[in-house]
Design a binder for this molecule. Structure first.
Ligand code: NAD
Ligand code: UDP
Length: 336
């Protein structure tokens, strides 16, 4: 298949481009580089040995998008291009609404004009808010806890509505749990700008000496060791799920929504212990108050993804830490 990958220079997008090419698909990346470096794609080219066409275009720019559609005959679009910081979305809600919701609408409009009907969308477990129980099935109640979460929920609703109205439009809505890790080459990985918000990149930067210690946000949660529990999933497993999703749509599959997680929760202390074990580095830590809006524990039911796509996460927590550490130690300052 020939696939437009919007946001393909970003963390999950770059790993997905590698897996798409490895599976024999042709890829064109569309990325404004609002939160990524074009160097990520040079690294993707080193890994795959193939040239990757990269259009530096904002998905809200209808005319520029139309230009890309006119130059290629795409079978499908994978849409990663969004702003993703929950904290920042409280400071700049309209920026998030515009980038994430308007961006998705403009992209779907240009797909319709170009006659491309297969769409894979990056959603998030954030649409479950504070879930009533885990493992969380896709049928669980949806509620958002931030402007960022609202953008994902609204985009999901628009995609669902469009699939009902337009018989030519078929979508895969993928709800990611906590993507971590890196490609095993160590050439691509997560490169947050500024202070990392997420646990794994923060641990990596402490281990490599860029930050003095990890703050653990809360050790009085009702979990096995008091720290927050999440479903960490290796980014390469996640990337492979996108290949399955796009191929499923390519074979005539109907619109669907699935969780992408391992089905297994790990606490912050368990992640730190695994990281120390595989890296041989100490991660100094201190305990801080709970982070506003954090949930004690949640993990996915990945059953539907297994049944529908034949996808199951293969890599365990040690492997996630090992690959994250290889990337961080090979590129201590990211893509500079
Ligand atoms: P990322 O920031 O690394 O990648 C997003 C990419 O999209 C970047 O390259 C950025 O430059 C680009 N982009 C942003 N706005 C754009 C626009 N208007 N036009 C063109 N390009 C634009 O983020 P990521 O971690 O790879 O996340 C990818 C997707 O997955 C996002 O939609 C995110 O909301 C979603 N998601 C991420 C996580 C996570 O923890 N990383 C979890 C759940 C869902
Ligand atoms: N966390 C932490 N210190 C940090 C970053 C995260 O203790 O510097 C904790 C956080 O409270 C949560 C877990 O690590 O329990 C995962 O956080 P992350 O932000 O990576 O994912 P999310 O909370 O968005 O699922």
């Amino acid at each position: 298949m020939k696939v437009m990958v919007c946001g393909g220079a970003g963390y999950i997008g770059s790993h997905t481009v590698v897996e798409l090419i490895a599976s024999g698909h042709a890829v064109v990346v569309v990325d404004s580089h609002a939160n990524s470096s074009p160097k990520a794609l040079e690294r993707v080219e080193r890994i795959t040995g193939e040239k990757v066409e990269n259009a530096c275009v904002d998905v809200r720019d209808a005319a520029a998008l139309a230009g890309v559609f006119s130059r290629h005959d795409f079978d499908a679009v994978i849409h990663f291009a969004a702003l993703k910081s929950v904290g920042e979305s409280w400071q700049k809600p309209l920026t998030y609404f515009d980038n994430n919701i308007s961006g998705t609408i403009v992209l779907m409009q240009e797909m319709a004009r170009a006659g491309v009907g297969k769409f894979v969308f990056s959603s998030s477990a954030t649409v479950y808010g504070a879930p009533d129980f885990s493992p969380i099935p896709e049928s669980a109640a949806l509620r958002t806890a931030s402007p960022y979460g609202r953008t994902k929920l609204i985009a999901e609703e628009l995609i669902e509505e469009l699939s009902h109205v337009d018989p030519g439009f078929k979508a895969a809505v993928l709800r990611y749990f906590n993507p971590v890790g890196a490609h095993q080459s160590g050439l691509i990985g997560e490169d947050p700008s500024g202070t990392p918000n997420n646990l794994m990149p923060y641990i990596c930067q402490v281990a490599v000496g860029r930050r003095p210690y990890l703050q653990i946000f809360g050790n009085d949660y009702p979990t096995r060791d008091g720290t927050g529990v999440r479903d960490y999933v290796h980014v390469v497993d996640l990337a492979r799920a996108h290949v399955r999703a796009v191929e499923h749509l390519g074979k005539g599959g109907e619109t669907f929504t699935v969780n992408l997680g391992t089905g297994c929760g790990h606490s912050v202390l368990e992640v730190v212990a695994a990281f120390e074990r595989v890296s041989g580095r100490q991660v100094p830590l201190s305990y801080a108050p709970r982070r506003a809006g954090d949930v004690a524990e949640y993990f996915a039911s990945p059953e539907l993804a297994r049944r529908l796509l034949g996808w199951k996460a293969e890599y365990d927590l040690d492997r996630m830490c090992e690959d994250a550490w290889r990337w961080q130690s090979m590129s201590p300052d990211g893509y500079v």
